[in-house]
Design a protein around this ligand. Structure first.
Ligand SMILES: [Zn+2]
Length: 308
């Protein structure tokens, strides 16, 4: 599912400035991040890359060496005051860097390196891509420095963060990135382990925790569906309830809206709904900080109006 959705973004040329690939280790986040980067940078604008243009060839070369663990030639350091600090990996592609943890952490020097890279115009492709792998390993200092960059996202740069520990990332970083979830368990496995029904197993996105939370709050599924139908009375009623819910329930409700909208975009091909995904993401960011959730929901509903 995530691959189909990402491909859609590439085809439409709607590349968000920040993406977060989230899922258990071994679910292909880094691989997909590099593939997606290849697609963004491809000179022929082929989704996932044409594998033939100069841009694709540079990324492929990087990738081949990367998976073999042969990255010594790619390591970029910065010298300052006699000290050598590791910044990132960079192959032949001038518009692509890969930022892995150094030792156990991604450090502030590395974010400084990113900041400098952000300021340079793309040299080969139309955009630049920065992959921050295992983003949860950023030190506090590094995370705050990155946040400043994400707050004023450079138009020509896409950040792809990967993590298997979403909860340890700053909420403000989460809110500035579009989360793409990588499957942990298959719906069948979720069903078997947690005893939930097919609908919940599918909506859980492979997460057992989410499946259990949905099982305890099955009424939310119908509420989300009803909400999207847009009957004003129902919308106002749900919006009103929303403000009284716990944070975890609010987040779950918004994730359900995202799931149903994504179905509409992929299955019903309603691409005009894509901007709404952004609006919901912004609400997810805003409600912990006291943003008026009910008001936002009413506005979002007005935008969905008749589209679902
Ligand atoms: Zn290409």
């Amino acid at each position: 599912m995530h691959r189909t959705f990402l491909e859609k973004l590439l085809k439409l040329g709607r590349i968000p400035s920040g993406l977060l690939f989230y899922g258990p280790s071994g679910s292909g986040k880094t691989k997909t991040a590099i593939d997606f980067a290849k697609g963004i940078l491809c000179l022929k604008k082929t989704p996932w890359g044409c594998d033939e243009c100069a841009s694709c060839r540079y990324i492929k070369d990087f990738e081949n060496n990367f998976w073999k663990g042969e990255t010594d030639n790619f390591k970029v350091y910065e010298e300052s005051e006699g000290k050598k600090a590791f910044l990132y990996l960079r192959g032949e592609h001038p518009d692509f860097i890969f930022v892995p943890p150094h030792g156990n952490y991604i450090k502030i020097d590395q974010i400084r390196g990113i900041k400098e890279f952000v300021q340079v115009k793309p040299a080969l492709s139309k955009r630049k891509v920065i992959i921050i792998d295992d983003a949860h390993t950023m030190t506090n200092q590094a995370a705050n420095a990155l946040l400043k960059v994400l707050e004023e996202p450079p138009e020509d740069t896409t950040f792809i963060l990967t993590t298997d520990k979403k909860s340890t990332l700053l909420p403000t970083i989460l809110s500035r990135t579009f989360t793409v979830e990588f499957k942990g368990f298959s719906p069948k496995e979720v069903k078997k382990i947690t005893g939930v029904d097919d609908t919940i197993a599918k909506l859980s996105g492979g997460s057992l925790t989410k499946a259990l939370l949905l099982k305890e709050n099955t009424n939310l599924i119908n509420k989300a569906k009803e909400f999207l139908k847009g009957d004003p009375l129902t919308v106002y009623k749900i919006a009103d309830e929303f403000d009284k819910w716990d944070t975890s329930i609010k987040a779950l409700f918004l994730e359900l809206l995202e799931s149903f909208l994504m179905d509409q975009i992929l299955i019903q091909k309603k691409e005009e709904l894509i901007p709404l995904m952004d609006r919901i993401r912004m609400l997810k960011d805003g409600f912990p900080r006291g943003l008026n959730g009910s008001l936002w929901l009413v506005e979002i509903s007005a935008e969905v109006g008749g589209l679902v």
